[in-house]
Ligand binder design. Sequence first.
Ligand code: SF4
Ligand code: SF4
Length: 435
Amino acid sequence: METHFSKEQLKDKDNKSSEKILRKCVHCGFCNATCPTYNLLGDELDGPRGRIYLIKDMLEKNKPANEKIVKHIDRCLSCYSCMTTCPSGVNYMHLIDHGRNHIEKTFKRPFGDRLIRNFLSQIMPYPFRFRIIGILALFIKPFNFLFPKRIKEMINLMPISFPKKKLRKMKVYPAEKRKKPVARVALLAGCVQQVISPQINEATIRLLNRHGVEVVVPKNINCCGSLDHHLGKSDLAKLTFKKNVLIWYDEYLKNGLDAIISNTSGCGTTIKDYGFIFRWDDDLKKKAKKISELTKDITEYLNDNVKLNFDKNKPSNKEYKIAYHSACSMQHGQKIHEIPINLIKKTGNKVFDIPEGHLCCGSAGTYNLLQSDIAKKLLKNKISNINKINPEFITTGNIGCITQIATGTKIPILHTIEIIDWYTGGPKPKVLNRL
Ligand code: SF4
Ligand code: SF4
């Protein structure tokens, strides 16, 4: 694609990167075929190619975003299905990040919008604040008909319970029955996940410890920063990114880390991008690059580094029928698809891909809160595709998808690591108690 940035504009490093991306696009439109919002809304501007043009126009002319641009960019899920399809290797992820930052800097959103986005940015990345708001929401729930539609939707999506953590909160979880661990990894505890589904981190730590891996959970790292990043709040996001990079790098230098483990694929995608985000920062680029290189999804880490002990610990003779939901951030963001499926297959159960599995379930970070009508339609399609398999339970590697899909079906859904933990000697996941 021809671009028309001036020399002056190309002195801006973000413009320079985006120009390179834009030049790769041959506007073939293949990406539209696999874009969930284009499929649903049928408008060129609600597909990747249209959005690329909108961003190009805005950046080249250095013009402030307007309502039309914001509407179509906001409707993008950042699912990156378009990146998997694109034959020219267009990095849509970096382009839309730039577009969102430009919108945040140049467009004044209506008051209600600003309020909700600031609220999400100030609550969700902080586990304590999120827990308090969650508990308040439990009391408000019976009266939610009194609230405007968007607030009502947010209250509805809040969890109905906050399970107690079973593991003691420690900085280091030592490997079991070994004087010397076979490896040492850091785990990203996450923000929302550790409040609503602490069993996911517990299963991860238990499984790693049982297989000889020591796990460190740095106290001051919770959120990966992607929530603010996708809201276009780049300054806030960068503060979190920088803090995380410095803490992990310090741990890596002082005590050694073989990997940084993410068990939420949305977060893993962002951390793997820290190196790119700080590419121009002389102080941080080397450290951020190292952190990105060390980061692995838990299934990726297990597959490459751990001999899982499936044989001795088969907990059930029943062969379950499991639907695997490939989170967008996992399959499109991190290009991990077969690994989790193959790991689950080793449990001796039957695993099925969900039809139209490349399409998003509508969760997409805060998307189901900010674009609830589209998110609900995507969820409906996802559930109908899951029902075609008729599974006994569903599994995935991203807490956002678990929460979203659980609102649309009674079929139990759990994190992939809970299954692997169970089949290698951990407890049966509570959500499967009735099976
Ligand atoms: S598939 Fe790739 S090259 Fe073709 S229009 Fe989409 S982004 Fe551009
Ligand atoms: S990221 Fe997803 S929703 Fe956005 S343009 Fe690409 S395919 Fe469409």
